[in-house]
Design a protein around this ligand. Structure first.
Ligand code: 5CA
Length: 446
């Protein structure tokens, strides 16, 4: 993409309404624009990162054997009356009446609709196990929408639902999701710690929230510091292997880690004092096992091998997709702007032309741009006739992990400058060597 042809409405001033850094940078970098309280338009740069996050989630869901689909945002109230949640959900649910005076609602989550789809189509244990998921907009009429995309009213969520014959199978689905989520967040450059939590309006006793530690987080959390040393890394997992998933779950959940809702001071004090931590965290996901709560209320049952009819065991599993942009920025920024992890960066590499209009500099930039594109990478080429300082400030603000700076003086010596956004370190390299290095970083063969 050439910056001269892109739509990147960068703000010079810090918007007064933004209280936390991620909100400030998302507004300043032209990623989002508020449409009304807690509701945002996703401008091209923000939309690009949203898509990157979505892609990672889809890839990891596929790895775990889960099946993508899409359900509507506007749903009939009838199904929600069946489960009893139409009244129970309270003021957070946005209720809508259509022209025929029928009660509709904007979905805050989708247990009812998916259970309805299941009961209409599945009646035998032979079709189990089954896990379906979607990435779709949700609406919760939050009393205090704030912090930009962190606590929106409209927000983008991955929601998955498992259907299993037995509790044991459903707990395997729970474990599988926990493992899959660890991998998902790590690919986004995040450490998200599973913590014992409260299930709220979704229901059930077994639930973990995934929290990213950050001072601006809305949740108070308590944990054993050993937990932050755990890394999922690139280990290969067979997601059908119950014992393997169970072992990973135990590894990541056996130490004390709880949100304030489930915190128990007495149990916490069994952790050696020097390892006890109290901090704040951003909830980027939550997994639930709630057994037969919805399947019993809504009559979703299957035939067992010996001919009995039993309600299916279910759980649901959510990732706050739009909130993740805020969480990643909270975890990765400096005073100049965002620092995107390579896994989610909107463009792989910036190209800054120090002297637009200089024949040699222009040609070198064009050549780098073409070569990076040919490798399947997306460069952002700042080809505007701006002064260098302004170009650097924009690149720093929007946070691309790598920048290649091209100017007539360097080119005379056959070099360009390659700069890491994270460390700020630069090295002078030939354009070919810079290209090779970028290709290696992103696992492309140059
Ligand atoms: N049905 C279950 C699992 S799919 C469910 O709705 N879970 S949830 O309520 O925990 O939401 C899943 C994730 O959505 C949360 O972990 C959080 O990251 C995100 N989320 C929830 N409310 C908001 C909000 N108001 N703004 C942005 N993200 C939100």
């Amino acid at each position: 993409m050439r910056l001269s042809r892109y739509f990147l409405p960068v703000l010079k001033e810090t918007p007064a309404e933004a209280q936390i850094v991620s909100h400030r940078y998302m507004l300043r970098a032209g990623m989002i624009k508020q449409a009304s309280a807690g509701i945002y338009s996703w401008l091209p740069l923000g939309f690009k990162v949203l898509r990157k996050i979505e892609d990672i989630i889809h890839e990891e869901q596929a790895r775990a054997g889960h099946i993508p689909m899409l359900m509507p945002t506007i749903q009939s109230a009838d199904l929600w009356r069946e489960s009893g949640r139409y009244d129970a959900y309270g003021a957070e649910m946005l209720r809508i009446t259509d022209r025929h005076e029928r009660d509709m609602l904007f979905t805050p989550t989708a247990e009812e609709l998916i259970t309805d789809i299941f009961r209409s189509n599945v009646s035998s244990y032979k079709d189990l196990p089954l896990t379906l998921y979607q990435i779709q907009w949700k609406f919760r009429d939050e009393i205090r929408p704030r912090f930009g995309v962190m606590r929106g009213r409209e927000f983008y969520m991955k929601d998955g639902y498992n259907f299993d014959l037995t509790k044991e199978d459903a707990l395997h689905a729970y474990n599988r999701h926990l493992v899959s989520y660890l991998r998902t967040y790590e690919r986004m450059g995040l450490q998200a710690i599973p913590m014992r939590a409260d299930s709220g309006p979704i229901g059930g006793d077994d639930t973990h929230e995934f929290l990213v530690l950050a001072e601006t987080g809305e949740s108070e959390v308590f944990y054993d510091s050993e937990i932050t040393d755990l890394k999922f890394g690139s280990r290969e997992i067979d997601f059908d292997d119950k014992a393997q998933c169970q072992a990973v779950l135990e590894e990541f959940t056996s130490r004390y880690a709880r949100t304030d809702e489930t915190h128990d001071e007495a149990v916490f004090h069994q952790v050696p004092e020097e390892r006890r931590r109290t901090a704040r965290g951003i909830e980027v996901g939550q997994i639930f096992y709630f057994g037969t709560k919805y399947s019993e209320a809504m009559g979703a049952s299957v035939q067992t091998p010996d001919g009995q009819k039993v309600p299916v065991h279910m759980g649901s599993h959510g990732i706050g997709v739009s909130r993740l942009l805020g969480a990643i920025i909270e975890a990765s920024h400096d005073d100049k702007g965002i620092i995107w992890p390579e896994g989610v960066t909107p463009f792989h590499c910036g190209i800054v032309n120090l002297k637009q209009g200089d024949a040699e500099a222009d040609a070198a930039c064009e050549s780098l741009y073409a070569s990076l594109t040919a490798l399947g990478l997306e460069p952002l080429y700042d080809d505007r006739s701006e002064r260098a300082g302004g170009k650097f400030a924009t690149m720093d603000l929007i946070g691309l992990p790598w920048r290649i700076t091209v100017g007539p003086r360097g080119l005379k010596n056959g070099v360009v400058e390659l700069t890491s956004r994270r460390t700020g370190e630069s090295e002078e390299l030939s354009p070919e060597a810079a290209l090779l290095k970028i290709a290696q970083i992103y696992g492309k063969a140059a």
